[in-house]
Structure formats: structure tokens, C-alpha cells
Design a protein around this ligand. Sequence first.
Ligand code: 5AD
Ligand code: SF4
Length: 451
Amino acid sequence: MKKVHIKSYGCQMNVYDGQRMADVLGQEGYVETATPDDADLILLNTCHIRERAAHKVYTELGKLRDLKRERKAQGRETQLVVAGCVAQAEGAEIQRRQPAVDLVIGPQTYHRLPELLAQAKGGRVVDTELPPEDKFGHLPAPKPAAILARGVSAFVTVQEGCDKFCAFCVVPYTRGAEFSRPVAQVIAEVERLAQAGVQDVSLLGQNVNAYHGDGPDGRVWTLARLMRRIAEAPGIARIRYTTSHPRDMDEALIAAHRDLPQVMPFLHLPVQAGSDRILAAMNRKHTGDEYRRLIDRIREARPDIALSSDFIVGFPGESDADFEETMRLIADVRFASAYSFKYSPRPGTPAAELSGQIPSAVMDERLYRLQALVEQHRQEFNHAMVGRTVEVLLERTGRHPGQLAGKTPYMQAVQIESATHRIGDRVLVEIERAGSNSLFGRAIEQPVLAA
Ligand code: 5AD
Ligand code: SF4
């Protein structure tokens, strides 16, 4: 039996891609293994968004070269593959830096993995085409057992690429232009997942709310329309989508948060910064106040919505006053959670050429203050749940025997003690305590819906 070890870095879209590559390789007789040591094929599914993420790949490749040598000495061959965004961005350079790599494959050609692996047996191969053809149409569907093994929550990529060209971001170059999967293909995939037992789907895209897929009626469907249709799929109880751009939050999408009970009251809507001057330099095409007004409209539609964001500190030219504007925006909006990063200049992006790059120590200090404020809001949001009763979808066994872990509609992790409930149950839980990373509660009734 051939074994493959897949390691995904970066965003959820890479996790999804990793699963689809496992499906392709499954057809070729590969089974997945959790460690590289016993793998005949090791696949790194890489991220290029910040320098540190890209750098990690080369450190890992150094270790894997040694592993490959050791296995060879034992008479076993190992194929080493670099996929994902570093593959797309750096191509043949990867094999120049690490000759042990057999195959470099970009994110748009995963359906060709078997043929490229065969080719790589005869010498190193690079394929980083960004072909217009639809790779999704060529990827095999996972079997129900494989779907269930991945859990009751699933990712479905519905959109790839980005046309926004934020000045700091490599995505428009690594993932190419915006592409939306046709509606029928997405629905077929969601229904297959639902039939296998999936109840919670996250629709993924680098700019997912710009979704504009061809509908079965010959029209172009928006994300709101797609979600309305997905909400009709039997078994799908929870729908989320990520990542969105403020400019693409249209009225229908906001209304979907009010009208569709399956659309969860959680929204990741990156703002990146609070200063209008920096937002303009970032080419975000909105101001801080436009973002605030948008949040007001979303909260009008769904008052309890939990909001999340991404922030970059130390974009070139960011002054202390600019940074204080970011802090002011955070104080105004009060996010339930957020990711924040030090600006990292990326090759080929306009911001990398700008003067006024910010010293690392200044960025560290800003990041520290920003994260402390977000953390305070996150804790307050979580503590406000104590005493409330919320629906929890149980997704896995907990850390201790008898514990089950799941999520609230607001994306908070919850642990309960129960001998009677099972993974896949949606149960009403009274929250008794808020820990630093998890809520703890007690199921107050029998399962709402048995798996
Ligand atoms: N430097 C730091 N953070 C970045 N991001 C994107 N590009 C960069 C960069 N060059 C962050 C943004 C984006 C998230 C996925 O990563 O905040 O929303
Ligand atoms: Fe990058 Fe997101 Fe901006 Fe697109 S919208 S360029 S993916 S940060």
C-alpha cells in the first residue's frame, strides 16, 4: 500500500486543496499517513502570504531531504512534492534551492498530480500553469467514508483568485484572477457532503463575497443567491463564508444574515487598518468610516453577529497617528476575534517598492498593543455568553474522557461533559464558564438532531 503525507500551511483553502489532492491520490491507491517517516509521497501544500510562511517551507524541505536520504539507504524511494502558493510564486527556483524536490505543482493543476508524479520519476518536473480550464471539474469526488472521517464540518471552495490588488498582497499573482465555480457544481458537492453526514459548510474563496458563478438558469448568481440555494439542501444546518472584502458586501448578502437561519451569525470581514491615508495606500478602496457604516448595517440585519477581521501593522508609511486610528476602529467595532500581522514585503507587490518601511521593533510594539485590545474584546465577548443557552454542533471528542467539543454559531469552541451525546448532535448548551480559549457548559436537553 502506498502512503502519502500531506502537510498544509496557511489558509483554509489550502486545507481544502489538501483534501482534494488526497482524493486524487486515493484513486491511485494512496492512503494518507499522519507522519512523513513512513510516506512514499510527501506533499507540502505551501503558503506565500508572508515571508515567514514561505521561509518555513525551505526549513522543512531541508529536513525532508535528510529523511529521503535515510529512506533511500533502506532501499525505499520517496517522492517530494511542493504544491500551493510558494510553488506558484517561485516555480523552478524551489528545485534550485532544494534539489531533493521531485515535483513543483501550482494550485491550478492538482487534477494532473498522478500524471505529473509519473513524469517526475524520470526527472524533476515543474508545472505552475494558471490554465483557464476548470480544475474542479476534473477532481474526483471523495467517498462518503472519507467525507465522514473529515468530520461534520466541511470546507467547500467556491471561488479562487482575486482582482482587488491590495498593495501588500501576493494573492492576485499566486492564485490569479477571480474565478467562481458554477452553481450546479457547488450544489452537487454540498449535497454529496450532506448525504455523508456533513451539517456545517464553510464556503471558501480568497474573495468569496465577490462570487459570481454561472447558475443553472443561465444567469450569474451572487453569493447570497448561492447560500439561499445551499440552505435548501437537506441536512445542512450551518453555513459560513470566508474571506470577504468590505466592498463586496452587497445588500442581498447582508439580508441573508437576517433571513436565512442557516447562515451563521459570524462574519470574517478584514479591514486591515483604520487610517484613511493607509487604507488608500493599501488600495483598499474604502475608508474607516465606510467600514463602520457597513458594520452598522450588518448589525441592523443581525444584531448578535460576531465579527472578525485581519489587521496589518506597519504598512509602509504608517505613522503613530495612523496606528492610533486602527486602535480607534477596533475600539468602535469590538471584534469577537481577529488575526493580526506585521507587514511583510512580498516580491512583485507594489507596497514592497514603497519608501517608509517601518522598523521591526516598531511593528512589534504596535502588534502587541493591538493584540492586547482585541484579546480584551474577545474575552468580553466570550464571558458575555456565561448563563446563556446556545446551540452547539458537537464536532469531536474532547481532551478528557466523557468530553465532547463543538462550536457555537459564533465560532466559539465549547466543551461539554456527556455520556449520552454523540459527534454530529446539535444540542442546546447552557454556558457555565468561559476559559481563555474555550467555553464550558452543560447540555440541557436530549439531542436536537441525532447524527
Ligand atoms: N504582510 C502582512 N500581512 C499580510 N496579509 C496579506 N499580505 C500580507 C503582507 N504582505 C494578511 C492580510 C490578509 C491576511 C490573509 O494576511 O491581513 O487579510
Ligand atoms: Fe489579497 Fe484579500 Fe486584497 Fe485580494 S482582497 S488582494 S486576497 S488582501
